[in-house]
Design a protein around this ligand. Structure first.
Ligand code: ADP
Length: 688
């Protein structure tokens, strides 16, 4: 879904609304620094300390003018009479403090209460006059001890500061501050009319049905009067359904581009926040903004993040926030009439889990499927993305389309870009077929690891493993034909792969699935047949067949023992539950049946490979010397496939030849889906 697209002009993205720079954050920081500064520089005036006994002595001598107790500080401050300050003993004790009006001395006490007791008793026992006694009676003073206050407040301030910081981060704000105060604002990135979306339907290859459906919306956005005058209602929303990378976002942008209206784009997950009520607020804000810019298009990617079926799940209350968000989305959608000129286009690859309320008339009543492209579609997409490239003459989009079964638009865009980069790295003047082929390999299997160290023994195992797949597929009637098999190590985990070209079909018979399982097991079986030992290299094969076998037994009802039962839950309703829809007894039976199925497939594969040992050896040896083998090489090495029916690949190639003869003959080709078997390799180090 990423935009791996260097060819299409990207609309300039404005800063998402609601993410202003955060002044508040700086203010808080400044406050904290200021407070610490005050703390450091405002320590108490330094008074000369004396002992309590000295104080009593001074009082008896008649030197003391005033005694004050500083509450909460366990401190007594003593002010001397001015005449006493002249005494030589105080000159030394007080220093410069002598010239102030006081207080001059301090006594540290243990507790205010005990000091008051002691001092009052002491005063009573002296010979001072009653007036003098009254004037010396300790006077409580409430001086804010800044230091103490700050120390008390500091943890709190720091705590709030930290909270604030974390909250701004979590709310996804850019700088500190902004996001917290704009939490309910929509984060829709606005592509507004000033810098218009420049993508049009021309930039979207294939998908003709979808374009047709959407062109009505374009027309409406351009000439709303035409429709409203006749009293017709235009749909408020369209739901684009399809796997990732097939161009849903691109399509929505193209609609905006065609109609030259502003384009609001955001993802369903943008609504979902940790704060309750935020999602709903965002929805309201989004619609408010959209109404100001109408006519316009709101694009909500991955709508399933908010639009899942409500009121499901074992945890009550767990989804309240999402439900609120969804409700407010529904309310907003109902709230504007079709004359407002807002069209909502949503994208999802799981329409089955969406709440039916979303799909009701007047909401996303139009579902448009945006499927993975077929061979013609892929060719068209190649052509779109080749437009900006400098191509060598021999580059053939059709040939590339045959080599990329199952690729979605995004992957094809990536291949084109990668090919251009490869050509540049190779200092070529134009991008040629080799660059494209390498780019495709790279897209399938990851980066070629030329200098990955593989011991010769390992290489031999890999060669036999891949040859095993190829031979099994070659001699099983229902297995998919091979396109290419390679033992060039790629990516992090793949030591080799075999690429097949499956016929596009919607119904599979049991024997087809069984043949496919055998083919997937061909790698491991070859290892056992040839070396008598097996390795970890079959991980991804085993993963695949385990899934397949379980689906056959529990989902498609293809197993006699379990019968015509399916435990599939198409609505995903038991998503959060921990219970199985069958008894323990059935579970045991399922496991046993799955194991039986896989064991049978393995046995059959081994037997097949033992009888085809010669072919296996030939292929493996050839692979070891050439590293990559194509279908034609296989024909040369081990002869034609012994089945009369032409394969999808051959059909396509035959058609292509016909086409070149009769130029204008329409070809509607069987769609082809990719399936590659990448052999993961684990514990490489321990093995090597
Ligand atoms: P989705 O939203 O379905 O996941 P995107 O629309 O984001 O997919 O597609 C990603 C990229 O793939 C696009 O930017 C574009 O470059 C390319 N692409 C996908 N489908 C097509 C297509 N039909 N024609 C041209 N380019 C396509």
């Amino acid at each position: 879904m990423s935009e791996n697209n260097n060819s299409l002009p990207k609309p300039k993205k404005k800063t998402p609304i609601g993410n202003g720079p955060g002044f508040q954050g700086w203010i808080i920081l400044a406050l904290i620094v200021g407070i610490i500064g005050v703390m450091l520089f405002s320590s108490n005036k330094s008074l000369s300390p004396i002992k309590y006994k000295q104080l009593e002595q001074m009082v008896e001598n008649g030197d003391v003018a005033k005694v004050a107790v500083v509450s909460d500080a366990n401190l007594v401050e003593v002010t001397l009479k001015s005449e006493a300050l002249q005494k030589s003993e105080y000159k030394k004790l007080l220093g410069n403090n002598r010239f102030t009006s006081g207080p001059h001395l301090k006594v540290e006490i243990i507790s205010e209460l005990s000091f008051m007791n002691d001092f009052n008793n002491f005063l009573k026992s002296t010979n001072l006059t009653e007036d003098e006694k009254a004037s010396l009676y300790p006077e409580p003073i409430h001086r804010e001890n800044i230091m103490n206050t700050l120390l008390n407040w500091l943890p709190l301030i720091l705590f709030f500061g930290l909270m604030y910081f974390l909250m701004t981060r979590m709310a996804g704000g850019g700088g500190p501050g902004g996001a917290l105060f704009n939490i309910g604002k929509s984060r829709a990135a606005l592509f507004d009319a000033d810098n218009k979306v420049k993508i049009t339907f021309k930039d979207v290859a294939g998908l003709d049905e979808a374009k047709e459906e959407l062109s009505e919306i374009v027309d409406f956005l351009k000439k709303p009067k035409k429709y409203t005058e006749l009293g017709g209602k235009i749909p408020k929303g369209a739901l684009l359904v399809g796997p990732p990378g097939t161009g849903k976002t691109l399509m929505a942008k193209a609609v905006a581009g065609e109609a030259s209206v502003p384009f609001f784009s955001l993802s369903g997950s943008d609504f979902v926040e940790m704060f309750v009520g935020v999602g709903a607020a965002r929805v309201r804000d989004l619609f408010k903004q959209a109404k100001e810019k109408a006519p316009c298009i709101i694009f909500i990617d991955e709508i399933d993040a908010v639009g899942r079926l409500r009121g499901r799940g074992a945890m009550p209350g767990g989804n309240d926030e999402r439900e609120n968000t969804l409700n407010s989305l529904l309310v907003e959608m109902d709230g504007f009439g079709s004359e407002t000129g807002i069209i909502i286009i949503a994208a999802s690859n799981r329409p089955d889990v969406l709440d039916p309320a979303l799909l009701r008339p007047g909401r996303f009543d139009r579902q448009i499927s945006v499927d993975a492209p077929d061979i013609n579609g892929r060719e068209a997409i190649f052509k779109v993305h080749m437009r900006p490239l400098k191509l060598a003459k021999e580059v053939d989009a059709k040939k590339l389309a045959t080599q990329t079964p199952g690729f979605a638009g995004a992957e094809i865009a990536n291949v084109c870009n990668e090919a251009a980069l490869l050509a540049a790295r190779r200092n070529k003047k134009e991008v040629d077929m080799k660059d494209f082929q390498d780019a495709i390999d790279r897209e399938i299997g990851g980066l070629e690891k030329k200098n990955k160290l593989i011991s010769p023994e390992e290489k031999e195992i890999v060669a036999f493993h891949e040859a095993g797949h190829a031979v099994t597929g070659w001699f099983l009637e229902h297995a998919n034909p091979l396109v290419k098999v390679s033992i060039v190590p790629r990516g992090i985990a793949a030591l080799g792969y075999a690429q097949y070209l499956p016929k596009e079909q919607y119904l599979y018979r049991t024997e087809q699935l069984f043949d496919e399982m055998c083919m997937a097991l061909g790698g491991r079986a070859a290892e056992e047949v040839v070396f008598g030992k097996i390795s970890t290299g079959a991980l991804s094969d085993l993963e695949k067949i385990t899934k397949m076998a379980y689906s056959m037994v529990t989902i498609y009802g293809l197993n006699e023992e379990i019968g015509n039962l399916s435990f599939y839950d198409s609505k995903g309703q038991s998503e959060y539950s921990f219970t199985k829809p069958y008894s323990d007894d059935t579970a045991r039976k399922i496991d046993a049946e799955v194991k039986k199925l896989v064991d049978q497939a393995y046995l059959r594969t081994k037997e097949l490979l033992m009888t085809r040992r010669e072919e296996l050896n030939k292929l493996a040896q050839e692979l070891l010397s050439k590293e990559i083998l194509y279908q034609s090489d296989l024909v040369d090495l081990i002869g034609q496939r012994p089945f009369d029916k032409p394969t999808a690949y051959q059909e396509f190639m035959d058609k292509k030849e016909e086409e070149t003869v009769t130029e204008d003959e329409e070809t509607k080709e069987d769609e082809s889906k990719a399936e590659e078997i990448v052999d993961a390799e684990e514990n490489k180090e321990t093995e090597a």
